[in-house]
Ligand binder design. Structure first.
Ligand code: SAM
Length: 241
């Protein structure tokens, strides 16, 4: 999905579908930030769908493991800085007012990897900066699901998909989502792809412990998450001193 099919990503999940999530991030920053939040670093920014809304409010630096996804994001967000890097090891040598990690953090499948990404967030936050993490699930809210969707592009390409999220093995810290993807360009044969994703699943208490371990302070927010039944959200701050 993030290599060969990267140019198709906006037909799988369209930027317009992300307005509510981006608005949630912006409202949380208003709620818990110190009033001077202008720069935002996104780790695992993918197709830049969230960023396409966030850039109206923040100066965005977008980073991802996949150069193919960054290339797609540049077409949508040419005014944003794009940098290739792994959220577990990225070190830019500068700090931001906000660090945001959306669903990309779900690709970390061990506590060690999760902790490494949280350290990356910590070192890129200025004192009193805010980090917002929205993984697809925690152990408590996980549900096996099926979903489907897709879009028709203005360039004549079309894509449809079936998404099937399976229950984890008892006690496992990962689960699997299978995608069946059908893609067709103008005049092309229909292409059918099976793409399997292995994602991390941790209890809320593990997230909270790892957030505290790297030196971040969890913060309560009263902002309502529009996706709270399908998505977890953690908000934390780097201590002011
Ligand atoms: C579902 S996409 C993100 C879409 C994004 N939320 C958006 O608004 O377009 C997941 C992304 O996570 C990236 N990713 C997975 N593991 C990563 C890692 N360790 N470091 C950085 N990016 C990673 C993938 O390359 C992919 O682009």
């Amino acid at each position: 999905m993030y290599t060969d099919l990267a140019p198709w990503f906006h037909l799988l999940t369209h930027p317009s579908d992300y307005a509510d999530e981006a608005a949630f991030v912006s409202r949380v920053v208003d709620d818990v930030g110190d009033g001077s939040s202008g720069t935002l670093l996104e780790l695992g920014s993918g197709g830049g769908n969230n960023a396409s809304h966030l850039k109206a409010r923040f100066e965005c630096t977008l980073t991802d493991l996949s150069g193919h996804m960054l290339a797609l994001s540049r077409t949508l967000n040419p005014e944003c800085e794009h940098l290739e890097g792994d959220m577990r090891t990225l070190r830019l040598g500068r700090t931001f007012d906000v660090v945001f990690i959306h669903d990309a953090i779900s690709y970390l499948t061990t506590q060690g990897d999760l902790r490494a990404a949280l350290e990356t967030a910590f070192v890129h936050l200025r004192p009193a900066g805010v980090v917002i993490l929205t993984p697809d699930a925690t152990t408590e809210i996980f549900k096996p699901t099926t979903d489907h969707g897709g879009h028709d592009g203005e360039d004549g390409r079309s894509l449809r998909y079936l998404e099937w999220t399976h229950a984890p093995e008892p006690g496992a810290s990962t689960y699997v989502t299978d995608y069946a993807i059908l893609a067709r360009g103008p005049g092309d044969e229909l292409r059918i792809v099976h793409d399997r994703h292995t994602l991390g699943l941790f209890p809320r208490a593990t997230w909270e412990r790892l957030i505290a371990d790297v030196g971040l302070e969890l913060v309560d927010t009263t902002v309502e998450n529009p996706y709270e039944l399908e998505q977890a959200a953690f908000v934390a701050r780097r201590p002011a001193t």
